[in-house]
Every structure is written in C-alpha cells, then in structure tokens.
Design a protein around this ligand. Structure first.
Ligand code: SAH
Length: 213
C-alpha cells in the first residue's frame, strides 16, 4: 500500500473541484485530502481514483462518486462522538470519511465478499469503525439503536421503517430513495412521532438489495 506526493497532489485537486461544486464544509474537504482513495480501488485503475467519478469495486458494486460522498457527509453534519449507522459499507471509503469527521461508526454490508475484504482492509489503513456488520441494512442495527445519524449509500426503493424507528429524537436519516434514479431524502426526527422530510436533489446509486442474506 503506497501513498505518494503525486497522490496527495491529486487529492488536493479533487478537494478543490468538490469545493467548486458546492462542498463548503472544511472538515469534509480535509477528510477528502487525507484519505488515500486510490487504495480503495483495484491498483490497475488507481489513475481513476481522484476523478470525481464512481468506480467498480468487487461483487458488481461501486465506490460512490467523491461528490456524492462529500455531499452526504456535509449534509449529515457529523459532530465528534456522533453514533452513526452506515448502510452499504462497500469499499469503506465513506466509512473512512465518517471516522475522520469523528463519528463512531457501525457499518452494514450484505455482500459477504465485500464485508470480508473491507473489514480486513480498513483497519490496516488506521480506520476502525465500532463494528463491521454482515447483514441486511433494511433492518438497521437494533442492538446499538438509537443513532444520532443514519446514512444509506445504496438506492432504496422505499424508506425502511426500522431505520426511522432507530433514530434518536433530534437525529437524521439520509437516504437516496428511488428505483432507477434516486432523490436524496433527509428525515429529521423532531419528536418520537414526528419527522420532517426534505428532498435534496437527484443522485444515482446502485440498488439497495432486498434478497435475503
Ligand atoms: N459507501 C460505499 C458505497 C458502495 S455501493 C462506497 O463508497 O464504497 C452500495 C453498497 O451497499 C454495496 O456495497 C452493496 O453491496 C451494499 N448494499 C446493497 N444492499 C444492501 C443492504 N440491503 N444492506 C446492506 N448493504 C447493502
């Protein structure tokens, strides 16, 4: 695993591109500048790592586009010590950003190959979530609920009820909702029974899978 000054230069460039696209949160930009994204994708494609593009990883999944990761991270407004549930560990890149922002992260992946790969890889880079969970994100993670924030990084055909139920009052669920295209949707839990919903624009994600694990 190698990180060079060339990679650092490319990361700085990527951060300034994201800034131009509307990412203003300095902590998020700093995380982008710190995390060696090229190590999250197959080494033969590492030249693509610092373009603002999604990219294939194992098990027919993708590492999300940097802008999307930055947008979700900024919107989530992570405070140091926030307990965050992430659905869709994938490559672990978004997980690393959340950890850089000071979150205590529980992260769920339903594809065993990716779960195995990322739970070995990420700690080697120094990023240690509270727990890697092999399971179905539609169910959330009741054992550690309620969460300050829940972030879904796959396109959900509908909003899973358990995720709303596992939010703290004052907490936020950020989820891309839709089949082919998704609308980034934010749910803020105002009281135990009331949620405020906001739609934040169109995005494209791989689908949140519903088959049994
Ligand atoms: N944050 C990741 C995004 C990966 S793509 C990254 O930047 O690399 C979405 C991920 O969600 C894939 O790894 C996919 O396997 C996973 N996923 C899909 N359906 C899921 C489900 N029901 N529960 C948990 N993870 C799921």
């Amino acid at each position: 695993m190698k990180d060079t000054s060339k990679h650092q230069g490319l990361r700085n460039q990527l951060a300034s591109i994201l800034k131009k696209k509307g990412i203003t949160n300095e902590k998020v930009l700093t995380a982008i500048k710190l995390i060696p994204r090229h190590l999250f994708i197959d080494s033969s494609f590492s030249d693509h790592a610092y373009q603002d593009k999604a990219f294939p990883i194992a098990a027919e999944q993708t590492i999300s586009q940097p802008y999307t990761v930055a947008f979700q991270s900024q919107t989530l407004a992570v405070n140091r010590g926030d307990v965050v549930l992430e659905i869709g560990t994938g490559s672990g890149y978004q997980t690393a950003v959340l950890i850089e922002l000071g979150a205590e992260v529980y992260t769920i992946e339903r594809q065993h190959e990716l779960f195995k790969k990322t739970s070995l890889f990420l700690p080697k880079l120094g990023y240690k979530p509270k727990k890697f969970i092999f399971g179905d994100g539609y169910k959330g993670f009741k054992e550690k609920a309620p969460f300050d924030k829940i972030i879904v990084t796959a396109g959900a055909p509908f909003v899973p009820k358990p995720l709303l139920a596992q939010l703290k009052v004052g907490g936020m669920l950020l989820i891309p909702v839709g089949e082919k295209k998704q609308i980034m949707t934010m749910f803020y839990r105002k009281t135990p029974k009331e949620f405020e919903k906001k739609e934040l624009g169109d995005f494209a994600f791989v689908p949140m899978l519903q088959k049994k694990v």
